[in-house]
Each structure stands twice: as C-alpha cells, then as structure tokens.
Design a protein. Structure first.
Length: 155
C-alpha cells in the first residue's frame, strides 16, 4: 500500500467514523469491508476536491490583487488534540498603504500528495509591516503532514 493510499484511507476512516473495520467483525465479508473502505476513500477525495474548490472561489472574489507568494512565510505544521493540523502564516506588506492578504495553504503528505487546502485572510496589514494568521486543516490529517503556500494575493 502506498503512503498516499495509507493517508487517504486513514483520512477517509476519520472523516466517516468508520473505525475497527476487519474482515471478521460482525459477519462482514472481506469484499463488503473492501467496499466500505473504497467508499470512505472516495468521500475523502471528495473532501479534498471540495476544499480546493472553496479555495478557488475565495480567490475568484478578489479584485485588483497582486501576487504576494514571495511575501508569505509558514511555520512548522503541528497537529492539535482534535487531529487538525495548523500552521502559522506570516505576511510582509511592502506596499505604501495598509493591505490585506489571501493565502492558500496546501497541506500535503511527505510525497507531495494534496491532503487539504485552506485559505487564510490576514487583514489590514500596515504599510511596511507584517501580519499573522493561522491556517487550520478542514479535517483530521495524519502521517507526515507538510504545508506549502500554493498562492497568495495582496489586495
């Protein structure tokens, strides 16, 4: 089983609450268990697709934005007691007036496979100053979770 498959399976199980599936429990056959797992994995893929679609909609709403990906720094991802992954987001405003930033943070596994995507807004960052926010995954993530800036806009 690949790392992505394992991560997708664990994510799917946590999303749907399907725990303790075994081929010998409660009369389930191996094929019915496999079907349940495949269904759960499909829903996990749907969650990632939904998150990336929402991120796209958020950026579509921004008018007159300037690419600011180079002005964003991320901290080290950490998993909270709720299983959700967070990462500190710091933006630097090089403009001559206060600006807001929209930052898409992609959470990936060690192999670069997308697990989740969120958009963080850091509002009213003063000219020449910096602002902070926190990106929080939309669902529980497990394994070697990494974070990267997919895109960022200053507006």
């Amino acid at each position: 089983m690949t790392r992505w498959t394992t991560a997708a399976l664990l994510t799917a199980l946590s999303l749907t609450g399907l725990t303790g599936l075994t081929a010998c429990s409660d009369g389930d056959t191996p094929s019915s268990v496999a079907s349940k797992v495949a269904s759960a994995a499909s829903r996990a893929g749907d969650a990632v697709s939904s998150a990336t679609a929402e991120a796209g909609r958020r950026f579509d709403d921004i008018r007159n934005g300037v690419d600011a990906k180079g002005d964003v720094r991320l901290g080290t991802p950490a998993t909270g007691s709720d299983g959700r992954t967070t990462v500190a987001v710091t933006v630097a405003n090089s403009a001559d007036s206060a600006k807001s930033f929209a930052v898409e943070v992609d959470f990936t596994d060690g192999g670069g496979k997308l697990l989740d995507a969120v958009v963080v807004t850091v509002s009213d960052v003063p000219a020449g100053g910096s602002g902070k926010g926190t990106a929080r995954s939309t669902h529980e993530l497990s394994g070697d979770v990494r974070a990267k800036v997919s895109r960022a806009v200053r507006y």
